[in-house]
Design a protein around this ligand. Structure first.
Ligand code: F6P
Length: 367
């Protein structure tokens, strides 16, 4: 008898743990004996391209990949079935909706189900495809931890480890030179990476998108710290942080079909604001960038990703389509994708994390 067919894809920015999910899906599916798992190369592009680019995912293909960063089936955060770029006769690029064609192609290839591993942009696509009749299950991923329907997304803890390691390293050089060092970290419009790394690393100041900062209060904290005897200070700033009355700093990307504003520059803006307001301590800025997304997933992320993968496959067996796996400590549960994408997970100003930071004297740029 012909085997049932499952398509797996990774979409959006990569993050540590994607391979561990893929491996868990395949290992669990092999226990059923009647499933064949294929990966679509570079999110849905593998299906939409002619010829199709699909990869057989069996035990051999996934052996040992749980420790590897990135994704063996590649990913993209541009284009996709909703906004596929095509070149017009006059050379201009326009984007077209290829969702109906995608579903038809999957039917022709006899796929019974799809597991889409991706962040909020990818799960928005999952919901549209589900409403058009596709049997789809979502698996949430992002280093930003900004999906509200799950306690944590995998990749986040590894990013926090990397950012904390950066703070630790910057402390020794800042201390040697009596400098203020500003570390800019990722996270888009959520300050999870910044605040966690600031607490873990012992930074004096942490500026996050959820709390617009007052430059005078930042300066006051620096004076207190420097004149108070330590002579150096570490500021962790999220890429989406904003001064009171200001806006996020970033650039519209020239890349075709890249939907997001490319955030970056918050650290340099902060240093310039400090200089412009007369602050004259020696200052440097480090932008951690994509180092936060690369490399080996830590144990927590490997375990969470593995749990997500096993559960996602079991949800395929249970036909829980239109649902996403979610971590609600200590359980792995399922939530509707629609609910999962309805709201962002940002840091509450009255949360324990914020209170903890204030409780150890971290300045968050407000009173
Ligand atoms: O969403 C994950 C993330 O790493 C953000 O923290 C960051 O703003 C963005 O992706 C960077 O995207 P790109 O890989 O396109 O530069």
């Amino acid at each position: 008898m012909a085997k049932k067919r499952l398509l797996v894809l990774t979409g959006g920015g990569d993050c540590p743990g994607l391979n561990a999910v893929i491996r868990a899906i395949v290992k669990r599916s092999e226990q059923e004996n009647d499933w064949e798992v294929l990966g679509s190369i570079e999110a849905y592009n593998g299906v939409l391209r002619e010829p199709m680019e699909l990869m057989l995912l069996d035990n051999k293909a996934v052996a040992g990949i749980h420790v590897k960063g990135g994704t063996i089936i590649k990913t993209t955060n541009k284009g996709g079935p909703l906004a596929w770029p095509i070149k017009k006769a006059n050379g201009e690029i326009e984007t077209v909706d290829r969702t109906d064609e995608l579903i038809r192609k999957l039917q022709l290839q006899n796929f019974d189900a799809v597991i889409s591993i991706g962040g909020d942009g990818s799960q928005k696509i999952s919901q549209i495809l589900y409403e058009k009749g596709l049997n789809i299950i979502g698996v949430p991923k992002t280093i930003d931890n900004d999906l509200s329907a799950t306690d944590f997304t995998f990749g986040f803890e590894t990013a926090v480890d990397i950012a904390t390691d950066a703070v630790d390293k910057l402390v020794s050089t800042a201390e040697s030179h009596n400098r203020v060092i500003i570390l800019e970290v990722m996270g888009r419009n959520a300050g999870w990476i910044a605040l966690n790394a600031a607490i873990a690393g012992g930074a004096e100041i942490c500026l996050i998108p959820e709390i617009p900062y007052d430059i005078e209060l930042v300066k006051e904290k620096l004076h207190e710290r420097i004149i108070g005897g330590r002579g150096f200070a570490i500021i962790v700033i999220a890429e989406g942080a904003i001064p009171v009355g200001g806006d996020v700093i970033g650039q519209k990307s020239d890349d075709i079909s890249y939907q997001n504003i490319r955030l970056g520059g918050a650290g340099i803006r902060l240093m310039n604001e400090l200089k412009d307001s007369g602050y004259d301590q020696d200052m440097r800025v480090t932008i951690l960038g994509h180092l936060q997304r690369g490399g080996i997933p830590n144990a927590f992320d490997r375990i969470l990703a593995t749990q997500f993968g096993v559960r996602a496959f079991e949800m395929v067996l249970e036909k829980k389509f239109g649902q996403m796996v979610s971590y609600r400590h200590p359980d792995i549960v399922s939530v509707s994708i629609k609910e999962a994408i309805s709201k962002y997970n940002v840091i509450r100003k009255d949360s324990s994390l914020v209170k903890t930071a204030r409780g150890i004297g971290v300045c968050l740029g407000n009173k």
